[in-house]
Design a protein around this ligand. Structure first.
Ligand code: MN
Length: 501
């Protein structure tokens, strides 16, 4: 069986999509989760684009233990130098160079002839090769480039020292059989192609990113670039979870495998959704809440007789928590630790202590604690790197028909501070009071509240997006009381913006 490498670009292509920018601590958390998940390559960012990006790529390179850490770079010395510097501490550094090759990009974007394009590929792969062995070269807009020219570019890149060649469907335009033709043509017509890895990077503008990626695998590609939940520019990238489960479920067809620990798919997917503040649609393949629900009588009847009648993937396989009761108020730390380990998490003693305390707080207010609840707690904002400059100490909110009054008490640097405000409603009054206490009235871009589990005592998640100029941060709060969850979310988003250097 052939191994298909999984190249994850959640932190680069995903992060650069609208509303998905992440705080550095969140990027570190996601990088660790991707490493545990078993991806082969983590594209951590584009170091030349900003100091912030350089810094996060550099820190990710230091903490990732198994996967290769990759930095994106244009074809120029300054970009390459910056990228090499950023990933120098990685266990397996990869440099990702790219240039556009399609006529429209060459003419209008780069103002470059084909000859100049070939020369640029040669010059900069050779330049980079002095500093790094593993070089991926991408031909941007490959799917709208003539096959002949693409083969010429590929040949030049290989001769200059590239070790992986990536053929992106940058604009999500191609069709599975065309993708197959492109990869087959390259395999047949480029000298030395069998010694390097062929990769694809597909966008979902016509809903075919996953289908195109899989078509490339059929034609002989050995690597797929993708993101968790398919986040990415415009309509997004190919979704990692769909690709991995397609290859696994249809092993009979692909005769291939990936190194992904599929049991961690659900938790990783939820972690990323939480960080970027985008809810996963219920009908989303593999990770949607309805992906394994059987509602119709005929289907339920079949499932009861034999699961295989309507289920091609078992939920346990992707780590979907079973909704049964696992632990309650009287469970001890050992039982809690057991459940967490079964769920695929490895916590330090300190983290275990912290989450156990949170669990006890919730157990006091909520009778039944399910795995869903624990999953949510583990994804809470109490995670390590975010400093809690302000935290919620107390709140008293009263509301009348069209007006409300809130007294909010926060704790900061060991001091307790309070403010009273009125507003159109309880949320408005409370947010005003917090803004007044912190002295930062950030712009509220988005505010959502939803329940995680069913029942009257369900945990509520509040998600808030605040903007300080161009910098946007998402804060999350979790509580059995949605108002409290909202206040925590607002404070968390504020804390993140305050730590933006
Ligand atoms: Mn892309």
């Amino acid at each position: 069986m052939r191994k298909i490498k999984i190249f994850d670009t959640t932190l680069r292509d995903g992060e650069q999509s609208p509303g998905c920018s992440m705080h550095i601590s969140e990027k570190l958390d996601i990088a660790e989760a991707l490493d545990r998940l078993g991806v082969d390559v983590i594209e951590a960012g584009f170091p030349a684009s900003s100091d912030g990006d350089f810094n996060s790529v550099n820190q990710i390179a230091k903490i990732v233990k198994h996967a290769s850490v990759c930095a994106l770079s244009r074809c120029n010395k300054a970009d390459i130098d910056r990228s090499i510097e950023a990933i120098k501490d990685a266990v397996k550094p990869t440099l990702h160079l790219f240039i556009a090759t399609s006529p429209i990009h060459l003419e209008y974007k780069l103002n470059m002839t084909k000859e100049k394009c070939l020369e640029t590929i040669d010059t900069y792969v050779k330049y980079a090769k002095q500093f790094i062995d593993t070089i991926e070269f991408s031909f941007e807009d490959a799917s709208r480039t003539s096959l002949e020219f693409l083969a010429q570019c590929a040949s030049v890149a290989i001769k200059a020292g590239a070790t992986t060649l990536n053929f992106p469907d940058t604009v999500g335009y191609t069709y599975p059989h065309e993708m197959k033709e492109m990869i087959s043509y390259i395999k047949k017509n480029v000298e030395g192609i069998d010694d390097i890895v062929i990769s694809v990077h597909c966008h979902n503008d016509l809903g075919m990113a996953v289908a195109n990626s899989l078509a490339a695998v059929e034609a002989g590609a050995g690597q797929i670039e993708c993101t968790i939940n398919g986040i990415g520019e415009r309509a997004g990238n190919a979704a990692l979870e769909e690709i991995v489960m397609a290859i696994k479920t249809r092993q009979d067809h692909f005769d291939a495998y990936t190194d992904i620990n599929t049991k961690l798919i659900y938790s990783t997917s939820n972690m990323v959704a939480g960080v970027v503040g985008i809810r996963i649609p219920p009908n989303k393949a593999i990770v949607g809440t309805n992906a394994f629900a059987h509602e119709s009588g005929i289907h339920q009847h079949g499932i009861l007789k034999n699961k295989a009648t309507y289920e091609i993937i078992s939920p346990e396989d992707v780590g979907v928590p079973v909704t049964d009761l696992v632990i309650g108020k009287h469970s001890g730390k050992h039982a809690f630790k057991d459940v967490i380990e079964q769920m695929g998490y490895n916590l330090t003693d300190e983290q275990l202590e912290e989450y156990f305390t949170r669990f006890k707080e919730v157990a006091d207010r909520k009778k039944l604690i399910t795995r869903y609840d624990i999953e949510v707690l583990l994804r809470d904002e109490t995670r390590r790197h975010i400093k809690r400059i302000y935290s919620l100490k107390d709140y008293e909110v009263t509301t009348y028909k069209n007006s409300a009054s809130a007294v909010i008490t926060l704790e900061t640097e060991g001091k307790t501070i309070s403010e009273h405000m009125t507003g159109d409603g309880p949320v408005d009054a409370s947010f005003k009071a917090i803004a007044s206490l912190t002295g930062h009235d950030y712009k509220l871009l988005d505010y959502q509240v939803h329940s995680v589990t069913r029942g009257k005592d369900a945990l509520g998640i509040a998600s808030i997006k605040l903007a300080n100029g161009d910098v946007i941060r998402n804060g999350k709060g979790i509580s059995t009381d949605v108002l409290e969850a909202s206040l925590i979310a607002y404070i968390n988003a504020t804390n993140k913006l305050l730590q933006e250097g």
